[in-house]
Ligand binder design. Structure first.
Ligand SMILES: [Zn+2]
Length: 428
């Protein structure tokens, strides 16, 4: 089923249309659509939408929401207060864990000085890496280390230095929009692919390994040159590691050194900073001219000892005695990375699903089944919150031992699609 939508408030309607139309159709082809309820839902969504207001609270006020950072918890507490004020039931932060420590960047100052003068660096710390412990300055060195020979070349030369660890890459000019809408034909093609590929055989992120990022990244126990390089820089007495992540035009992308969130880790390694490719290139090209570049930096990062994490849950009880125990779930991941406010990934999805719950409540439609929202933590570190929820409520994936709620589970709708209006639903 592809729904063509034009306005943001319709997102909630799309979700609901899926809930109201898809589920009964599967059960009983002849069931009539309750158009009166659909009109009430549309009226609430179009005329009194709160979705951008919810969005502003989740991003402007409490963003970013890196899992277990104080902002993440405050955003969760705000969502509980808000959904309670709407009259939803069983609104709570449901704990799971342990996740490990939260982390925040509390101060970031970085300047580079070339023979021509000084300029501020656009950049930020990789998550779960340490700060600089005050104001530090030193020479920049471009040291791309891929082999033991590279290591030998730089041995004894990096003490007190800022090391630029990645090779310089081309930054091509942009002549076309980096994002475009699918055409109707492309959407139809996507739908055909989705219908033709049986569930369980599609690609996807379920089971994907935990993502890492930044020069300080790498799992505990990582083997090979990456682990050796990390130790080499530390032994050399490097001040901080600097890399240029993907992105251009001053935009940077950040990940985290997830191993460092574990309470057992005592050696946090070196500060790991990602800077804009334009600034990175300027420094490298100056160094290639055998001219010095000095970097000055003051980065304060804090680890927060809060190992347990949470998902935000709330529900609207069903009104049909026979069907109320059945559960239709709406969800989105609540956490984000730390470089921005986590707007598109994924306050957008969380706000849409909260708004869907608000509309369902406020419009007063009679829902036969119970509708529950789940806003997940720890998604960016490997779908951790939603997996914990499934284990607690539905089934242990390791043993496939089913929990009682498994039999009552009627469907789940998820949004993690970023910006733009949704044009359809896909199953998986
Ligand atoms: Zn996401």
């Amino acid at each position: 089923m592809v729904l063509t939508l034009r306005h943001r408030p319709l997102i909630a309607v799309a979700t609901l249309a899926g809930t109201l139309v898809l589920v009964p159709l599967a059960a009983q082809q002849q069931e009539k659509v309750d158009l009166e309820s659909v009109y009430r839902i549309k009226e609430e969504g179009f005329q009194r939408s709160q979705v951008m207001n919810i969005m502003s609270w989740l991003t402007d006020v409490y963003g970013p929401r890196l899992t277990n950072a104080p902002g993440f918890r405050k955003a969760g507490e705000w969502a509980v207060k808000e959904m309670t004020s709407w009259g939803l039931s069983n609104v709570k932060l449901e704990p799971w864990g342990p996740f490990g420590k939260g982390w925040t960047n509390d101060k970031f100052y970085a300047m580079a000085t070339t023979p021509g003068g000084s300029f501020p660096l656009t950049g930020m710390s990789t998550a779960w890496t340490p700060g600089t412990n005050g104001l530090v300055s030193g020479q920049a060195v471009h040291a791309v280390i891929e082999t033991a020979e590279d290591m030998a070349k730089f041995q004894g030369q990096l003490r007190g230095k800022f090391v630029l660890t990645s090779a310089l890459r081309e930054v091509p000019a942009l002549w076309t929009s980096p994002a475009t809408r699918y055409t109707d034909q492309q959407l139809a093609e996507l739908r055909r692919e989705s219908d033709a590929t049986p569930r369980g055989q599609r690609g996807g992120r379920a089971g994907a390994p935990e993502r890492q990022g930044g020069p300080g990244g790498g799992r505990g126990g990582a083997q090979g040159i990456a682990a050796q390089r990390t130790q080499f820089f530390k032994d050399e007495g490097v001040v901080a590691l600097i890399s240029a992540g993907r992105g251009d035009g001053g935009t940077i992308f950040l990940g985290g050194n997830s191993a460092n969130r574990q309470p057992t880790v005592t050696d946090l390694g070196l500060p790991a900073i990602v800077i804009a490719i334009e600034h990175y290139g300027r420094i490298v090209r100056t160094l290639e001219k055998k001219m010095p570049v000095t970097i000055e930096m003051d980065v304060k990062n804090t680890f927060h000892d809060d190992p347990q994490s949470f998902n935000v849950v709330a529900e609207l009880p069903g009104t049909d005695t026979a069907l109320a125990p059945e559960l239709v779930m709406l969800g989105a991941h609540f956490d984000s990375w730390h470089g921005g406010t986590g707007a598109t990934d994924n306050a957008a999805g969380s706000a849409v699903m909260m708004e869907a719950m608000r509309i369902l409540k406020e419009s007063g439609v009679k829902l036969r089944r119970t509708v529950r929202i789940g806003l997940w933590g720890g998604e960016e570190q490997g779908l951790l919150g939603s997996r914990a929820y499934v284990t607690q409520h539905f089934a242990d994936r390791a043993t496939m031992t089913l929990k009682p709620d498994h039999a009552k589970f009627a469907g789940y709708f998820n949004v993690d699609n970023g910006t733009g209006d949704p044009w359809g639903l896909s199953s998986g």
